[in-house]
Ligand binder design. Sequence first.
Ligand SMILES: [Ca+2]
Ligand SMILES: [Ca+2]
Length: 278
Amino acid sequence: MSLTRKIIMVCLLMAGLLTACNGSEVSSQKNSSATNSPQMVLVPSGEFTMGSDSGGDSEKPVHKVYLDAFYIDKYEVTNGNYAECVGAGKCTAPSEKKPFTRDSYYGNAEYNDYPVIYVDWTQAKTYCEWRGGRLPTEAEWEKAARGTDGRTYPWGNEFDGPKGNFCDKNCTFDWANKNYDDGYAYTAPFGSYPSGASSYGAMDMAGNVWEWVSSEYKPYPYKADDGREDLTSIRHIKVTRGGSWSVSGSSSVSAPFRVRNSKYHRSIILGFRCVRLP
Ligand SMILES: [Ca+2]
Ligand SMILES: [Ca+2]
């Protein structure tokens, strides 16, 4: 019996256990753990410290916020993840498939494990809901990034360039920090910086792409019941978090740093991740 026939026989015998015996599909899943069923990490219930007294005015005052437990994506949503929702007819494609930095991106299998970009707040929200979750609130995002000890970055209190994808020596902008090499000029594949994981195991919460959260931009203290989490509000200024491959400043990639964006904004530096309740 040829090797091919043997493989087919094994597949038939295991058909009750496996949904696919196509070698390339199995291989694809192995190489793309964020695809199909993105990994999530648990953030237990409890208080955490939100904001920073040493950051910008929008980060003040420092205050305690209690959150129920939630799961958050371990990685930013990838092109491969997002394409499944588009394929299912629930999501619309990113507005740009060819960012100016690359000849192709979304839709090119070479970039399936890279973060999706050029999606606005509503597209991000729709994707998370398709998966049975939602966008993180601003408070959930910040807790997942900095834990409960008030640290500045996911890994600790000191900026450390190679722990994430920032505007390093590969970066073509004038403000690039030439003192370190993180390996990427633009976006990087998910899971590229395990040493930069937060205390809960979430990665790329500093750098790679900025991330949408559900919250409308409002001054602190954060209050989930003051209208900022009203997803039907006509007010369109939302918050994005975490910095990206395009920034070299240590403050703008810190966990408390807040940026406001129109919900209609789409960008080469902006993606997202999702949460769901246990
Ligand atoms: Ca970089
Ligand atoms: Ca990020």
